[in-house]
Design a protein around this ligand. Structure first.
Ligand SMILES: Nc1ncnc2c1ncn2[C@@H]1O[C@H](COP(=O)(O)OP(=O)(O)OP(=O)(O)O)[C@@H](O)[C@H]1O
Ligand SMILES: [Mg+2]
Length: 254
């Protein structure tokens, strides 16, 4: 069974078929990447999977659970976390505070034991801190933990946003253009972080990305999209060689 199955997914905005009969499956443990020219429908697919949009047609299945109509607030609990094309963090809070917010899906609901601060609450608090520290170590954020987001360079914020998503302990991490706005060196670091997330945390990654160097270095499989439709699917090399994919990209530059 695949970790994520997307079956005949479609969404229409008025006359625009932003996503049109898209099917693919993401296997546990892989990095699966969606590429395609601007406006191809990549972010819309992420918005459908995170249940921000309701599909016009199709089915979404995660770990055997049909979540096509599940409310958005339950998606983190299902084991899916995401980053946004435009970073979304609390600007006037520290890195550590932002990461503790990522622990929210695991927060306790028993108010009385919270008020009494029972040993179980203390244990939970320690467990939250430990998870957050593990992610801080993994992504090498120690130097920034007490700094306010607003004071951090863009490249570091991108890593913090990824860390925040990882603090929810997802099975599947959705990354929308992890290299956008990064310089060559930061993009190289990003490829190491994605490898580490896959190898050391065992988290499956579904990514949207434009930088073909990064796509080739980290992706197990690639899906190319154009005008909301699947153009090609396969290894990074296969997809980059595909004549329809080459045509779509050249068309975009005209
Ligand atoms: N809420 C919406 N209402 C109307 N049209 C929308 C909406 N969201 C997306 N679209 C349209 O759907 C199409 C796909 O947009 P989408 O943001 O998914 O593209 P993308 O592949 O992520 O592009 P980019 O590489 O520029 O990020 C575009 O034509 C866009 O204008
Ligand atoms: Mg996009």
């Amino acid at each position: 069974m695949s970790l994520l199955s997307v079956e005949n997914l479609a969404i229409h905005f008025g006359g625009i078929k932003a996503v049109d009969q898209v099917s693919f499956a993401v296997e546990a443990g892989e990095v699966f990447t969606i590429i395609g020219p601007n406006g191809a429908g990549k972010t819309t697919i992420f918005n459908l999977i995170s249940r921000i949009y309701d599909p016009t047609e199709g089915r979404l299945i995660f770990d055997g659970v049909d979540f096509t109509t599940m409310p958005a607030h339950r998606i983190a609990g299902l084991g899916i976390a995401r980053t946004f094309q435009n970073i979304e963090l609390f600007e006037h809070a520290t890195v550590l505070q932002n990461l503790l917010v990522g622990r929210q899906p695991h927060a306790r609901v028993n108010l009385l034991s919270e008020i009494l601060f029972l040993p179980s609450v203390r244990r939970a608090e320690i467990a939250h801190r430990e998870k957050v520290e593990e992610i801080i170590d993994l992504l090498d954020l120690q130097a920034y933990r007490e700094q306010m987001i607003a004071n951090l360079p863009y490249g570091v914020r991108k890593v913090v946003e990824m860390a925040r998503a990882l603090c929810t302990e997802p099975k599947l991490l959705l990354l929308d253009e992890p290299s956008s706005g990064l310089n060559v060196e930061e993009t190289q670091d990003m490829s190491y972080w994605i490898e580490d997330i896959k190898r050391r945390l065992g988290v499956t990654v579904l990514m949207v990305e434009h930088d073909m160097g990064l796509v080739s270095s980290v992706s197990d499989r690639v899906l190319a999209l154009n005008y909301g439709r699947v153009l090609a699917q396969g290894s990074p090399e296969e997809v980059q060689r595909n004549p329809d994919v080459i045509k779509a990209y050249l068309g975009g530059e005209e």
